[in-house]
Ligand binder design. Structure first.
Ligand SMILES: Cc1cc2nc3c(=O)[nH]c(=O)nc-3n(C[C@H](O)[C@H](O)[C@H](O)COP(=O)(O)OP(=O)(O)OC[C@H]3O[C@@H](n4cnc5c(N)ncnc54)[C@H](O)[C@@H]3O)c2cc1C
Length: 382
């Protein structure tokens, strides 16, 4: 398997790295402190083609693949977890999902505005009573004349407080078990309302909230692929979510490692730099190894996905390992920085608060282990 990036991928990596350094990094502390969504950054990302990375060129995007998106999101996550998370929900969970599954008319209507940043996207799957057990969602959809009527509520939805375009999963009323459908719901449709942003531990610049559907009226043409056809969309979407989510964790782990390495070279105790102490060397060696391993697992899953192979276990390997490695890296970075690491000024505490979400969202670590176990039980060999 070839993990060498193409010239085009390297150019995109360089462009996003520069943008992240110049435009995202300067706002990272402020948006975390004030729990503010960086709308201005999103507009600029739209202009540069970053928002539409996974959207085909025919609909205003850059027509890139999932591996390229992994490369890009690692650069964003290096500087700001919150911006990376909101970008992820918009560009991957919403826009890419719609690009894969929408009809020609739906793509023409919705994708150009998602690519430009004129509209912000979100995906609404989780409910108060249905998190890991996503198939138990209770939001219903019922056809009434030339509309569908949605009732129910969603929670923990990234971008909900600022989003314009939601992909919503609902069960057809009276349909057989798993009669799940997906709808494109505009914020302005009658019966849609959105709650206040939640107060979170981390990812504070990425607004998370509830969405309510109270006899929400959705035009017939806004169902994706047809009634009770969303199981495949849901499962396929979760695989991509896990791959790109892993890349987001790699970016955060990289910054935790780089900050800790720089500090360990500079800080002197007992007459020598910290990096000369073997226990500190061991921590840095482990961080470096885990970051590399996480990136390799992520690229492997992304390449397999791009080549059209089944890669559910590989996506879960990447997501599970990278998200847990990022938590370890951030925690060790704080340890290496000692008391300074515990202070907000040094920013590694923010990384720990941000990456803690990675072992929960997109399927918890426990659920990833279940998926991997079920996949290997069904295989004759690795
Ligand atoms: C910041 C943030 C952003 C999010 N963004 C979105 C979004 O944009 N869209 C969206 O739809 N959702 C989103 N989510 C929701 C996220 O996907 C869910 O939180 C996640 O799937 C877990 O569901 P839950 O929180 O209900 O936990 P639960 O499912 O109640 O799990 C609680 C605990 O029980 C464990 N558990 C559950 N079942 C099992 C089992 N079978 N075996 C072993 N252990 C088990 C879990 O691993 C966990 O440790 C977001 C969450 C967060 C925190």
């Amino acid at each position: 398997m070839d993990f060498n990036l193409t010239e085009e991928q390297r150019a995109i990596q360089e462009m996003v790295r520069k943008f992240a350094k110049n435009e995202i990094a300067p706002l990272a502390v402020e948006i975390d402190r004030d729990a503010r969504f960086p709308a201005e950054t999103f507009m600029k990302m739209g202009e540069l083609g970053i928002l539409g990375l996974l959207i085909p060129e025919d609909y205003g995007g850059a027509g890139q693949d999932v591996l390229t998106c992994c490369v890009a999101i690692e650069e964003i996550a290096c500087t700001c977890g919150s911006t990376a998370l909101s970008y992820f929900a918009h560009a991957v969970l919403c826009a890419h999902n719609l690009a894969c599954n929408g009809s020609e008319e739906q793509k023409q209507k919705y994708l150009p505005d998602l690519a430009s940043g004129k509209k912000i996207g979100a995906i609404a799957m989780t409910e108060p009573g249905a998190g890991s057990d996503v198939l138990s969602i209770e939001t219903t959809a019922e056809r009434q004349g030339d509309e569908y009527v949605l009732n129910g509520s969603k929670t923990f939805i990234t971008n909900a407080p600022v989003a314009d375009t939601f992909l919503v999963y609902a069960k057809m009323k009276n349909a057989e078990a798993n009669g799940m459908s997906q709808f494109i719901v505009e914020r302005g449709f009658p019966g849609v309302s959105v709650g206040q942003p939640f107060h979170k531990m981390g990812m504070r610049g990425s607004p998370t909230g509830e969405v309510f559907f109270d006899n929400c009226r959705v035009p017939l043409e806004n169902i994706v692929r047809g009634e009770s056809r969303a199981m495949g969309i849901l499962m396929g979407g979760l695989v991509v979510e896990r791959i790109v989510g892993a890349a987001l964790a790699v970016g955060a782990a990289r910054t935790a490692f780089e900050r800790a390495l720089a500090y360990a070279k500079e800080r002197r105790q007992f007459g020598q730099p910290l990096i000369m102490f073997e226990m500190i060397m061991e921590k840095l060696a482990n961080m470096s190894m885990e970051m590399e391993a996480a990136r390799c697992l992520t690229y492997k899953a992304a390449v397999m996905y791009g080549e059209g192979h089944r890669c559910s276990a590989e996506a879960s390997h990447a997501k599970l390992f990278a998200s847990e490695a990022a938590v370890r890296a951030a925690s060790e970075a704080i340890q290496i920085l000692g008391g300074y690491g515990y202070m907000q000024e040094y920013e590694v505490e923010r990384i720990l608060r941000d990456v803690r979400m990675g072992t929960i969202g997109g399927g918890t670590s426990e659920i990833q282990r279940l998926i991997i176990a079920r996949e290997i039980m069904g295989r004759d060999s690795v």
